[in-house]
Design a protein around this ligand. Structure first.
Ligand SMILES: O=C(O)CCC(=O)C(=O)O
Length: 256
């Protein structure tokens, strides 16, 4: 008889076995990922590049922050090793990263899968989300629906090209309106890792202070570009072919 997976009841404490939690629930709290010095470095870099942010209703976003701030690039190996440990991959590639400055009283971010927005031919990867402030339910922590990664890819929550978008034919995201999901409050320097297919949302910041975070998309080295799968800031300015290998100049992190 196969043992039933125990439902996840909390994301407030680091997972005892992040790899198992990621596999079963699609999300795992990792606990501290940046020590005090690294956190100070990341915050200083955040301040330096914030003027390069694009402003959306949901947050100010600095895309590809590691290319803009060498201090952030220097922190990527330690975070990539956490991604390798959680996924079991021998190596991960930093496909994309972004800094998020969630200003007070912005918009809610709806339930979505990160893979909907990755122009890649497979969902093999994770988002490593690092809190740069103490992130709570009040200032807009992430909320998850554990286990939803096993249902496969769903219709993109927003941002489709039109009816011929391949994502339009997928089953819609159907989460009851009264389903809050499981909150993942995370102290500054702490991280949460999630599967690119797990449903998550991020409500608005209801405090008076901005809320800072750094989200890194680590993917399997075998993944290939698929601009047809999803729009992406980089494929829009520098066109990529279907099936093109990931660029050599992306940061690659072997397991430690
Ligand atoms: O609120 C955040 O920092 C993360 C939002 C999110 O889910 C995303 O960028 O995919």
């Amino acid at each position: 008889m196969t043992a039933m997976a125990t439902p996840l009841s909390s994301l407030t404490r680091p997972a005892a076995d992040p790899g198992a939690a990621l596999r079963v629930h699609g999300v795992a709290s990792l606990g501290p990922a940046l020590d005090a010095a690294a956190l100070a470095t990341a915050r200083a870099a955040f301040a330096e590049v914030l003027d390069q942010a694009v402003t959306g209703g949901y947050a100010q976003i600095v895309h590809d922050a590691w290319r803009k701030a060498p201090a952030l690039a220097a922190l990527v190996p330690r975070l990539g090793r956490l991604a390798c440990a959680a996924t079991g991959l021998p190596e991960v590639v930093l496909f994309h990263d972004h800094l998020l400055n969630k200003l007070p009283d912005g918009e809610d971010m709806a339930w979505h899968q990160d893979y909907s927005y990755l122009p890649l031919d497979r969902p093999d990867g994770v988002t490593l989300w690092v809190a740069l402030d103490d992130v709570t339910e009040a200032n807009g922590c992430l909320f998850y629906l554990p286990g939803t990664h096993t249902a496969g890819e769903l219709r993109a929550a927003w941002g489709m090209y039109g009816d011929d978008d391949p994502r339009a034919a997928l089953p819609p995201i159907a989460v009851p309106p009264d389903e809050p999901g499981l909150a993942a409050p995370t102290p500054a320097g702490g991280a949460v890792v999630h599967d690119t297919l797990v449903l998550h949302r991020s409500p608005k910041n209801r405090t008076a202070a901005p809320r800072r975070a750094w989200a890194l998309s680590f993917v399997a080295a075998a993944a290939r570009w698929s601009p047809r799968h999803a729009p992406h800031p980089r494929s829009a300015v520098e066109p990529r072919a279907e099936g093109q290998p990931l660029e050599d100049d992306l940061l690659r992190v072997p397991a430690g």
